[in-house]
Design a protein around this ligand. Structure first.
Ligand code: MTE
Ligand code: MO
Length: 418
């Protein structure tokens, strides 16, 4: 017989129904976070050389499909959901962890093989989700404080978490459903503090969550649910503005890149400034030339020559992995027109920036090169690009993650699609 929890966990609110109530929210929300997260990985076009530098990823470097260029807001949507929903769910995750704390202290910890599997899956689940929350939040706060790559870490962490999540749901789904049948949420919302009693035991559902010697309630169950819901709504409310953009950007108080930047036509956020990227101002001056290479040879174009080519303009978003996005009107030359100048048709491209390292190099798929709206942008909102937004020229690719919209482009090498 397993020992019930230690007496120090005395909150009368803990119990299988409460845990199952949080679980139900996570069961709906977390799969959406997982799917949009895996889509975000796919959006990086990891099969193109150099785009995914995850060391030793092996099977984890999966390839889903060529990331589409249409609709142009696709990554803005998937990554907006990924970041905002994950942030909103943090209070629910913490509340659910709090509700099951006594389980961590049950002794002996393991009495059967099935239980050993459950315990290990819990380790992956809890460790994985805490790791993903910490790396994710630090990333959107632009604090790349760890000594490893965020992408690598968040991807490995995701697979550990997903494995734990799948096993946990498989084991616990029946328990959750039985526990949810023990009370109705609607009824519970009418129970005031004075009438708040511990959940019933002896129903054969997770008795160890219910305290043996409960303390008097200091908060009703509906009060706790209101606090958690309120916290989730607050986090969501202070974050969503960074994805929606426009005037709402000012409300994104939790997002460092979510607020306004500069004035005039180029008043929108800058991810990494030219100074931070180590782009020497001289390299972007009048001597700058764009180098093109392709099967038909090489070409070198000045900014004036680029401006003399047919110009297109499109209203397209930059959608960063960090969750923020901004939609601007970009003007410039079609990438496929540049490809044609060096005899490239149906080829992919290696984009290189003046910036060395960092996000200064990316490969775009043949589909991205061929899209009519993929631009080498020279202007934004009718004005010349500013240095921090990528002057003399930057990539703008519909539907792609912001990180592929390389700034300070110096070379475009068209190559045979892999
Ligand atoms: N050369 C270079 N290009 C870059 C980056 C960079 O650091 N270096 N940052 C990328 C990222 S992560 C994003 S989200 C967008 C942001 O564009 P913005 O700074 O104009 O808002 O630029 C992309 N292009
Ligand atoms: Mo980004």
């Amino acid at each position: 017989m397993r020992q019930p929890p230690l007496p120090r966990f005395r909150s009368p609110l803990r119990g299988p129904w409460l845990t199952a109530t949080f679980a139900r929210v996570l069961l709906i929300g977390l799969p959406a976070v997982i799917v949009t997260g895996l889509l975000s990985y796919a959006a990086y076009e990891p099969r193109l050389a150099g785009n995914d530098t995850t060391a030793g990823a092996g099977l984890l470097r999966f390839y889903l499909f060529a990331w589409p260029t249409s609709p142009s807001w696709i990554y803005r949507l998937t990554q907006g959901i990924h970041v905002t929903l994950a942030l909103v769910l943090i209070p629910v995750v913490l509340a659910k962890l709090w509700s099951v704390i006594p389980r961590l202290f049950v002794f002996p910890p393991v009495t059967s093989v099935a239980q050993a599997v459950e315990r290990i899956s819990l380790l992956a689940l809890v460790g994985g989700i805490l790791f993903e929350i910490i790396t994710g939040v630090l990333n959107i706060q632009s604090d790349y404080v760890f000594g490893f790559s965020f992408y690598t870490a968040h991807l490995y962490g995701a697979w550990v978490f997903i494995a734990g999540f799948v096993v946990h749901v498989g084991i616990k789904l029946p328990t959750m459903r039985r526990a949810l049948r023990t009370r109705r949420l609607r009824d519970e919302l009418h129970v005031p503090l004075e009438a708040t009693e511990p959940e019933l035991t002896g129903l054969g559902i997770d008795d160890e969550l219910v305290p043996r010697s409960p303390a008097p309630a200091t908060m009703s169950r509906r009060g706790l649910l209101a606090v958690v819901t309120g916290a989730a709504a607050l986090v969501g409310g202070l974050s969503i503005g960074q994805t929606l953009g426009g005037p709402l950007r000012r409300t994104a108080l939790l997002s460092p890149r979510g607020r306004s930047y500069g004035t005039g036509p180029t008043d929108f956020q800058v991810n990494i400034t030219a100074a931070t990227a180590g782009v020497p101002p001289a390299a972007t001056g009048d001597a700058w030339r764009l180098a093109l290479t392709g099967p038909g040879g090489t070409k070198s174009l000045s900014r004036a020559e680029l401006l003399a080519m047919p110009q297109q303009s499109y209203h397209l978003p930059i959608a960063c992995v960090e969750g923020w996005s901004s939609v601007q009107t970009w003007g410039g030359v079609r990438l496929r027109d540049l490809a044609a100048l060096v005899g490239a048709h149906g080829q992919q491209v290696h984009v290189q920036s003046i910036q060395h390292g960092g996000f200064g190099s990316v490969r775009l798929s043949a589909g991205q090169v061929a899209d009519h709206a993929t631009l080498l942008a020279l202007t934004v909102n009718g004005a010349a690009l500013t240095l921090d937004h990528g002057y003399p020229a930057r990539m703008i690719i519909p539907g792609a993650p912001g990180v592929h919209c390389t700034k300070w482009v110096r070379q475009l090498s068209f190559e045979q699609a892999a």
